[in-house]
Design a protein. Structure first.
Ligand code: NAD
Length: 291
C-alpha cells in the first residue's frame, strides 16, 4: 500500500518503520523528527498525503490533529482512509471524522496501548472507531503494527475506549499504591500482601502485571527506579481527556476526577514528572494522613 505517515516521534517512528519493513511504500513527515530507515522523506504533510491510500497520524494532541487534518484532507483522494493513532479528545476525533466524511474520505480513530516497546515490537493494541469498510482496509496494517485491533463502533469510540480503560488504570494504580503504603504501616510484608491480593478480589493489572512495589511480582518499572514505562505525565494527559469527556456528556466520574487531581499534583507540584506512573507508591510511602 501507499502510506503517508505524519508524526514520527517516539511512537510514530517505529510504527512507520515496521510498515516499511513489511514492504509497504511509506512516505513520512514530521516538523522536527527525521524519518526512520525505509521511510521516504516528504517536505510537508500535504506531500506525504498525496497519492496515499492511507494517511496515518501519530500526533501529540487534538488541536494538532485538527490542524494536520485540515491540511491533508484536501490532498487526499476520495475513498482514501485517514487513520489517526494519537490519543486525543473524543470531540476532536469526531469533528475530524465529520470533515473527512464531507470530503469523501474515511476516518478512523485508533489510539493504541502498548507504549514505545509495543510500537517497536509491533505488538500494539488498537481501539478503533469508524466505518466498517475503513476498518477492513486498515486491518492488514493493524496486523503489522500490533497484535490486536478491536472495532469499537463509530467515529470517536476508539478514543472513548482508550480513556475509559486508562481511567480504570489510573484509579486502580492509585488504589494499589495507597494499599501498599497502608500495609507497610500496618506491618504487613509486601510479598504477603502481593500473594494475597494478586489471587484475591483486589487483583488488577496494576497489582498482578505491573506491581508498583520493587522486587515484588513480575519485573516492572518499579524494579528500574521507576523509569517509564508509562510516564505519569502521559497518565495525567489521559485522565484529563477522560474528565473533559465526562463533562461533555454529563457523566459522574468521581474516582476519575480524584485520580486526575492526584496525578496533576504529582506531576506538576511534586516530583512525578518524567517518572513512571507507578511511582505513586514511593509518593504515598513518604506521606502522612492529610488533616
Ligand atoms: P512524541 O512527542 O514523541 O511524537 C509526536 C511527534 O509529532 C513529534 O515528533 C512532533 O515533532 C510531531 N509533530 C507535532 N506537530 C506536528 C505537525 N503539525 N506535523 C507533523 N508532525 C508533528 O509523542 P509519542 O510518544 O510518539 O506519542 C504520540 C501519541 O501517541 C500521543 O497522542 C500519545 O498520547 C500517544 N501514546 C503514546 C504512548 C507512549 O508510550 N509514548 C503510548 C500510547 C499512546
Amino acid at each position: 500500500m501507499n502510506i503517508g505517515f505524519i508524526g514520527l516521534g517516539n511512537m510514530g517512528a517505529p510504527m512507520a518503520a515496521n510498515l516499511a519493513a513489511a514492504g509497504h511504500q511509506v512516505t513520512g513527515f514530521d516538523t522536527v523528527a527525521p524519518c526512520p530507515d525505509g521511510v521516504a522523506q516528504a517536505d510537508s504533510a500535504t506531500h506525504a498525503a498525496e497519492g496515499a491510500e492511507i494517511v496515518i497520524t501519530m500526533l501529540p494532541n487534538g488541536a494538532i490533529l485538527r490542524a494536520v487534518a485540515d491540511e491533508v484532507l484536501p490532498a487526499m483522494a476520495p475513498g482514501a482512509v485517514l487513520l489517526d493513532c494519537s490519543t486525543v479528545d473524543v470531540a476532536s476525533a469526531r469533528d475530524v471524522a465529520t470533515k473527512a466524511e464531507n470530503a469523501g474520505i474515511y476516518a478512523l480513530d485508533a489510539p493504541v496501548s502498548g507504549g514505545t516497546g509495543g510500537a517497536t515490537a509491533g505488538t500494539l493494541t488498537f481501539m478503533v472507531g469508524g466505518p466498517d469498510a475503513a476498518f477492513a482496509t486498515a486491518k492488514p496494517l493493524f496486523d503489522i503494527m500490533g497484535q490486536k485491533a478491536v472495532h469499537c463502533g463509530p467515529a470517536g469510540n476508539g478514543q472513548a475506549a482508550k480513556i475509559c480503560n486508562n481511567m480504570i488504570l489510573g484509579v486502580t494504580m492509585i488504589a494499589t499504591c495507597e494499599a501498599f503504603a497502608l500495609a507497610d504501616k500496618l506491618g504487613l510484608d509486601r510479598q504477603a500482601m502481593f500473594d494475597v491480593v494478586s489471587t484475591s478480589s483486589g487483583q488488577s493489572w496494576s497489582m498482578n502485571t505491573y506491581c508498583p512495589a520493587p522486587g515484588i511480582g513480575p519485573t516492572s518499572p518499579a524494579d528500574n527506579d521507576y523509569k517509564p514505562g508509562f510516564a505519569a505525565d502521559l497518565m495525567l494527559k489521559d485522565l484529563r481527556l477522560s474528565q473533559e469527556a465526562a463533562e461533555a456528556v454529563d457523566a459522574d466520574t468521581p474516582m476519575g476526577a480524584a485520580a486526575r487531581d492526584l496525578y496533576a499534583r504529582f506531576v506538576e507540584i511534586e516530583d512525578g514528572a518524567g517518572r513512571d506512573f507507578s511511582a505513586m507508591l514511593p509518593r504515598f510511602e513518604g506521606r502522612r494522613r492529610e488533616k
